[in-house]
Ligand binder design. Sequence first.
Ligand SMILES: [Zn+2]
Length: 185
Amino acid sequence: MEEFNLEQINNDWEQKKSEIDQKIEVLDKKRFAYKDYLQLQQYIENIEGLTQDQLFHARLLDIIQKRSILKLETLPEFKYALEKLPNTSKEWRTEMLAHENAHANVADKLGVEHFDYSLIFLEGKDEEKLYIPQASHINPEMIEGWTKQRQNEANLEITQAPEVYGGRLSESDKKEIEKIIMEHK
Ligand SMILES: [Zn+2]
C-alpha cells in the first residue's frame, strides 16, 4: 500500500496554487470580447449538420475557449482560483462556488461522472473583466444502458441543481432547461 505522505500532499498543493496564480496572470491580460463569444455561441447553437461556414465558427469558438480557459480539478482548487480573480466581489465568488458545486454534487449523486471546474476569461464593455464559471460532467446522453428518459431526467436535474440548493440559475442554465424540455415533449 502506498504511504500517506502529508508533506508530499502539502508540497503538491503549494505547487498547484502557484500554477493557478501564474495561469491567472496570463489569462487576465489576453481576453477575447464577451460579445464575440456570445455571437459565436448563438451562431452554432441548435444546428444539425454544420455547414462549412458554421464549422469554421465552431472551430473559432473552440479556439477562444481553449486559449481563455483555466481548468481546476478539485473544489479546493476552484475556490482558490476564484479568490485570486481580479475585480470580483466576495458575494459573486461565494455564489459561483455554491452554484457550480451544486451542479457537480447532483451529477455525482446521479452517477454522472463530474470532470472538473473551469473559468473562461473574457472582456466585456469598457474593458470590464468577465469570467464564465463552469462545472463539467459527461453528457448523460452518452451513458450506455440508460433509457432516454433517465438520461433526460439526469440532464434536467443537474442543470436545475443550483435552484434546488437555494441559489439562482444562470442564463445558460435557463436556456439549457428550455432546450431539454422542448426536445423531449
Ligand atoms: Zn449553472
